[in-house]
Design a protein around this ligand. Sequence first.
Ligand code: PRP
Length: 219
Amino acid sequence: MGINDLDYLTVALPKGKLFSPSADLLAQAGLSADGLEESSRKLVLVNEQAKVKFIISKTADVPTYVEYGAADIGVIGKDVLEESGQEVYELLDLGFGQCHLMMAVPEGERRQHLEDYAHTRVATKFPRIAERFFSEHGMQMEYIKLNGSIELGPIVGLSESIVDIVETGTTLRENHLVEIVRIMDATARLISNRVSFQMKFERIHRLVEDLQEILKKGK
Ligand code: PRP
């Protein structure tokens, strides 16, 4: 599979919110497979005619599959890509999956300056990005790694703040949290294994061009 199988293009897709828009977009560029649906429990799907294999993984693992060449290419949010620190090529901004990473605190716990939160605890799924951001502001923090429902952290007294993704703002509002500072914007990206990009250059390059056309038309 992957870089050893030159006839096939192996694509890693994340479960979750990016799955459907990714599968739809790739299908428009001719990459599809029977049974490629969010509800499917199948982890590998093959389209022998189109010479495509899809692997369906946990969102945070997509960059890992691509870095190690288990997948040639993949779709992943810029936020998860940055956090992973994996050595892959970022080929294209796919435009969907718009969100931003920010720091939030409970209403009523607002402090005057960002620096006033120095030395407090931050609950987050993104400790690397958070640490980079706070160190750039000269702030030392204590990072508590959570794997989901980050908003719970300050509500139950686990942390003073969170660094998390906001899409619509509903989760913040419903949990009485307020945004303090925006850290980065993110959208879905097409990424490639570095060796695959050389070995399967024509196919990947053509795909990027096709996707660019499709995205342009969709605007
Ligand atoms: C993400 C994020 C927030 C929520 C933001 O969580 O961590 O909790 O979505 O979206 P909103 O601004 O539209 O409310 P996700 O649903 O991916 O699950 P998780 O909490 O398990 O990470």
